[in-house]
Design a binder for this molecule. Sequence first.
Ligand code: MN
Length: 333
Amino acid sequence: MTLSFDAALSAKSSAVAQAVGLIGVPFGLAASVPGTCLGPAAARIVGLAEALSGLGHEVVDRGDLAPVRSHSRTSRDISRLGNHAEAVSHWVEAIHDETLAALTEGQRPLIIGGDHSVSMGSVSAVARHAARDGKRVAVLWIDAHPDFNTPQSSPSGNMHGMSLAFLAGDEDLAEIMRGRAFPAILPTDISVIGARSIDQEEQEAIAAAGVRCHDMRAVDEHGIRYLVEDVLGSIDPTTTHLHVSFDLDVVDPALAPGVGTPVPGGLNYREAHYIMELLHDSGLVGSLDVVELNPMRDIQGQTASLMVDLVGSLFGKAITLRSRQPVGLSRAA
Ligand SMILES: [Mn+2]
């Protein structure tokens, strides 16, 4: 459970110098409600890049993506995988390639969605890049939904609810990458925090696979710090790249109304920020997605502003200037 402090601190110092590779993904067809395609524009309007620069980070804005139709594709019909599967596939490939380019250039990718299908592209690229370095990937999925449905189990057919199953190596969903295999994430290297809307079959699949799922009741019972320690404590930064995927619907809809699939009973303001602050202090985060911002549902940009504030907390914005200790120190002392 306890993080190695020397390892955490050395990972932290090396991460500080790494430029942030900002990638916007204006794609929302894998969600049930239209509008997440406007997420990157809203994030830019409320000053995402400026907020990171203001915290001392070098930001390389790689712009917003547009998919290019690949000529090497097979003509195989993948529409049975879910709604708009063909479009999802084109975007996932484009996201994958851009994220891989950012990693190859030594940047720390920050992907702004778009709906949660964007993580199929970003995390598969992270997995491919990490494998080249002989590393594995741990994924922390902060979300009201575990997104572990498959084409067979999904009640809606919306593919933003299948991202994590894809990343864990679901054989049917592998067709989204059209034969470009990537190293699947081991289910035991996946953790979910904040879930409170889980379909029956999805629940069974998570349990069978061994995904660590800290639902909202676990947040109630144990508190954020304990749960984040539980996730981070098993990660060795010398062997493992940590990817964080933050779905804004994990936050309570009263604070974050601008999402496509709001569910009552979410994280409050301090719980959401505290997760990000602990992740920053750990020095372990190698890449980040922030997804499901839907400006069509937002109220005067409050969810967009919250998103920028939360990203700021993960990138070092502190309430006060007191020195902070990596997660686990109190337990080890
Ligand atoms: Mn999600």
